[in-house]
Design a binder for this molecule. Structure first.
Ligand SMILES: Cc1cc2nc3c(=O)[nH]c(=O)nc-3n(C[C@H](O)[C@H](O)[C@H](O)COP(=O)(O)OP(=O)(O)OC[C@H]3O[C@@H](n4cnc5c(N)ncnc54)[C@H](O)[C@@H]3O)c2cc1C
Length: 504
């Protein structure tokens, strides 16, 4: 496995659970430290422009992956508002929300443990202007326990003159990157045959057992991976280690094209550099839901996304070129290389961290962007860190949000290409299917049934407290406020008990 991001780690867990000798090479010092995730797209409602079937696919993937990573979720609703300046109407979204409600119903009928987003009839709710006015008169509840209570701060803080009604509240939850990284680390630690090499860079892959190399019938049965410890690279040491593998999986995120070029496959893809900003707002008066203000992507009025974390921390996305997007941030592959070339400035941000001045400027712009709709948010302060990275988008459609993996059975090669982190378990399933067809895996392994029943080994002896511990260390090591490693609301205890068998 080349790359230990959300894709590489999840695929490695799935393969290791099947008993396969699995090697993960990750450049960073810990797993899942690439582009972030903060929102579980359980219905894709952030994206008005994508087809309904993609939204249903996102719903299914999200419910599936939460069952592998149940301790990574912050249970709170997301409020969607159409601003008055926008051509769309809230009602335009209702047919899709009904389709999603039906799909959620079906998932629960298939397996009651899929019921992680609450009752299907409460998947979404609508709030009229009159209801909001009434709620604005109620006292805020520090720890909300029902949707009305979550909506009190929205009624108090959102500028109700700038949005159309009804507001839509959907059970799309928060997804915590530090807890996901901690879960993946603990999950892989369960398997003696899962070998995780962090702080290790793959320098080269070479076909060692191949035939018909110069024509279309090219076959490879073994690959050699040459890798180097980062400390040796820094010390200019020439020492390179190698290992031979039967099957090569490229999960290098926005750098997958570099490996594609080494393997010799021609691929069309894009890469987009995007960033979100971490801020602190001390005047919330209690917990608030995630708030989305819709807008046309890439315009100065693109979507604003205010994502809450514990203790008054907030992550902000603004889909304008002043906040999350960048003028030259979307690049495409060429006929000569499968690797799109990001401008050096953004590669520098990814590899060395943001420069202070532009980070401060963009963080402040993000606060101002949200404050247009949540006026008291203007008192929020920048924290001096951002969650950002390069995202790969297979093909040529930059609105694509559902993609998982490409398989090359003749080359014993697969490339993970998820746009959203939730697609990674599906990608793993497709690779397992491929390995089975190739005879590398047995057809009827019990562990394969365990995957569909979501009996993951690490869930047997790790609970929320174990995840807290590792996640806090990761947040600290990565320079983020430690409370960002926590969640305000885990999944309900009865749901967690059904999803896990933790006996610590
Ligand atoms: C600003 C932003 C916000 C986002 N928000 C969400 C969200 O809310 N919800 C959601 O589901 N998704 C979100 N995404 C998308 C999500 O981040 C990606 O889908 C996901 O992180 C991709 O995972 P990956 O494993 O494919 O790639 P990565 O996480 O990029 O992992 C690739 C790994 O490969 C390693 N690597 C690369 N080359 C080498 C090499 N030669 N040797 C060793 N290691 C190597 C890298 O260090 C990296 O860790 C967001 C993306 C961005 C940019």
């Amino acid at each position: 496995m080349l790359g230990g991001g959300a894709a590489g780690s999840t695929i490695a867990i799935r393969l290791a659970a099947l008993g396969l000798e699995t090697y993960v090479f990750e450049k960073q010092s810990s797993l899942i430290d690439g582009p972030p995730m903060c929102h579980l797209h359980a219905g894709g409602n952030l994206y008005r422009e994508i087809p309904d079937e993609d939204c249903v696919a996102l719903l299914k993937q999200c419910i599936d992956i939460v069952r592998l990573y149940p301790y990574t979720i912050d249970v709170r609703p997301t409020v969607f508002a159409v601003p008055t300046r926008d051509a769309g109407m809230p009602e335009d979204l209702l047919p899709r929300l009904d389709t999603l409600t039906d799909a959620y119903h079906e998932l629960i009928e298939q397996d009651i443990n899929n019921k992680i987003l609450g009752e299907p009839e409460n998947y979404y709710q609508l709030y009229s202007h009159e209801q909001l006015i009434e709620l604005s008169k109620r006292e805020q509840v520090a720890i909300p326990s029902c949707v009305d209570e979550w909506m009190i701060p929205v009624a108090k803080y959102l500028d109700l003159n700038k949005v159309k009604f009804p507001l839509i509240v959907v059970q799309e939850y928060g997804w915590n990157i530090f807890r996901l990284a901690a879960s993946a680390q603990l999950a892989l630690a369960e398997y003696a045959h899962a070998h995780v090499f962090t702080s290790t860079t793959v320098k080269q892959v070479v076909a060692v057992d191949c035939e018909n190399c110069s024509n279309i019938d090219h076959h490879v049965r073994k690959w050699r991976i040459d890798y180097q410890q980062n400390s040796d690279i820094l010390d200019n040491e020439a020492k390179i280690d190698s290992i031979e593998v039967d099957y090569l999986i490229n999960a290098c995120g926005f750098r997958t094209g570099i490996i594609d070029d080494m393997v010799g496959v021609n691929v069309t893809r894009m890469v987009e550099f995007k960033s979100s900003y971490v801020t602190h707002w001390g005047e919330t008066g209690g917990q608030i839901p995630e708030i989305i203000i819709y807008g046309a992507r890439g315009t100065p009025e693109g979507m604003a996304q205010l994502t809450p974390y514990p203790n008054g921390y907030f992550q902000i996305h603004g889909m304008s070129k002043f906040i999350t997007l960048f003028n030259d941030g979307l690049v495409a592959s060429t006929k000569d290389s499968a690797q799109p070339k990001l401008p050096a400035q953004y590669v520098h941000y990814i590899e060395d961290g943001w420069d202070k001045a532009p980070l401060q400027a963009r963080s402040q712009q993000s606060i101002d962007y949200v404050a247009e709709f949540v006026p008291t948010f203007s008192s929020a302060r920048t924290v001096g860190n951002a969650l950002y990275g390069g995202q790969q988008i297979p093909g040529v459609d930059d609105t694509l949000r559902v993609a998982d993996v490409s398989l090359y059975p003749n080359l014993h090669y697969a490339r993970a290409e998820n746009v959203k982190a939730s697609s990674t378990l599906i990608a793993a399933d497709e690779i397992v299917q491929q390995l089975t067809e190739m005879g590398i895996l047995d057809n009827d392994l019990p562990a394969n049934h365990e995957r569909y029943a979501h009996q993951w080994a690490y869930l047997m002896h790790n609970d929320s407290v174990a995840i807290d511990k590792v996640a806090r260390v990761l947040a600290y090591e990565r320079g983020f406020p430690i409370p960002m490693a926590d969640v305000n609301h885990n999944l309900r205890t009865d749901i967690l008990n059904n999803l896990t068998t933790a006996d610590v």
